[in-house]
Write a protein that binds this ligand. Structure first.
Ligand SMILES: Cc1cc2nc3c(=O)[nH]c(=O)nc-3n(C[C@H](O)[C@H](O)[C@H](O)COP(=O)(O)OP(=O)(O)OC[C@H]3O[C@@H](n4cnc5c(N)ncnc54)[C@H](O)[C@@H]3O)c2cc1C
Length: 307
């Protein structure tokens, strides 16, 4: 029986592990399908406090993990495929093997949706991004492309006009899911050029290890052409990794955990941390802060229960 099991090894899970381990709770951390979480796929992180010269994303999460291990956190490989949170002790299945715990911290993140183009994953962190706040500043005076037709695409495009010389907003249809106000704002911005009925069919250039351009196809005219860009921002949504908990934990219509204040969920003893609950900020530092909150709440919960 564990005091606390932490699900996920991104900024949120690893930070929760530091705090829980230092509180003497000997946490077990389930690494998941993406060791180190989303930061493990990017390159330079310039906005995590404490690193004036920036730090590589994989180094940052690995450092937090080492810090947690130093205080006794234990990591196991595998992915949570089932959870029984309706009664205590809570039961968590990791690739079919059941573990029991008095408290659970869910820090399983929200995965960005990608287009699925062959070169896309190879160029993440090298011009391909899902986060304008994170990577916009790398493209000062550059040509930037944003993909999507919803509010987040409009928001990302507007934000990126602070940096880029020109922003192309590519959408596969001429109908937008975005709210009128967001769409109007983007349309009124002279730096944003709309390319509707258009899809990206390829991203260049893996041999140069950075984005240099894309191939586009306009389905209304059947035209195919190449366009030069240095930044390629995919803004077609995120998928919260909550599948094993659905029906037990309160989630919103998109599957994000609904917070009951602090790091609390609707189940006493089960806490949330990071992007799995946060659809607004989605930053490494906010995820780390949320991990800290969840561990403190778990520690207080266990204390109150006499453990
Ligand atoms: C390309 C890119 C660049 C970014 N750059 C920056 C940046 O420069 N600065 C910044 O502040 N933020 C940046 N971000 C955002 C930042 O990475 C996230 O906000 C942060 O990683 C969220 O941390 P998290 O721990 O909540 O979730 P994640 O990092 O998503 O980690 C989730 C963890 O949960 C695990 N998991 C998922 N499902 C399961 C399961 N069923 N069982 C067990 N484990 C599971 C995964 O394996 C993973 O370890 C970037 C994101 C991306 C994609």
């Amino acid at each position: 029986m564990r005091n606390v099991i932490i699900l996920g090894s991104g900024c949120a899970g690893n930070t929760a592990a530091v705090y829980a381990a230092r509180a003497g709770l000997n946490p077990l951390v389930v690494i998941g399908h993406e060791p180190g979480g989303q930061l493990s796929v990017t390159t330079e992180v310039e906005n995590f406090p404490g690193f004036p010269e920036a730090i590589l994303g994989p180094d940052l999460v690995e450092n937090i993990k080492k810090q947690a291990e130093r205080f006794g956190a234990e990591y196991i490989w595998g992915t949570v495929d089932q959870a029984k949170l309706g009664e205590r002790p809570f039961r968590i299945s990791v690739d079919g093997e059941w573990h029991e715990a008095r408290a659970v911290i869910i820090a399983t993140g929200a995965s960005a949706r990608w287009l699925g183009l062959p070169n896309e994953q190879k160029l993440i962190g090298r011009g391909v991004s899902s986060c304008a706040t994170c990577d916009g500043a790398f493209h000062r005076d550059g040509k930037i492309m944003v993909i999507g037709g919803g509010d987040s695409a409009m928001e990302e495009a507007n934000f990126l006009t602070r940096f880029g010389a020109e922003i192309s907003l590519v959408h596969r249809s001429d109908q937008f899911r975005a709210s009128k106000i967001m769409l109007d704002r983007a349309r009124a911005n002279p730096k944003i050029k709309f390319l509707t009925n258009t899809v990206v069919t390829d991203i260049y250039d893996v041999s140069k290890n950075r984005v240099t351009g894309v191939q586009l196809h306009d389905s209304s005219t059947n035209r195919t052409w190449d366009q030069e860009v240095s930044g390629f921002f995919v803004a077609i949504g995120h998928i919260p990794n909550t599948r094993p908990f659905l029906g037990q934990i309160d989630t919103d219509t998109d599957g994000y955990i609904v917070s009951k204040g602090g790091a609390r969920t609707n189940i006493k003893g089960v806490f949330h941390a990071g992007d799995v609950q946060d659809r607004v900020y989605r930053q490494a530092i906010t995820a780390a802060g949320a991990g800290c909150m969840a561990a403190i709440e778990a520690e207080r919960f266990l204390e109150a229960e006499g453990h």
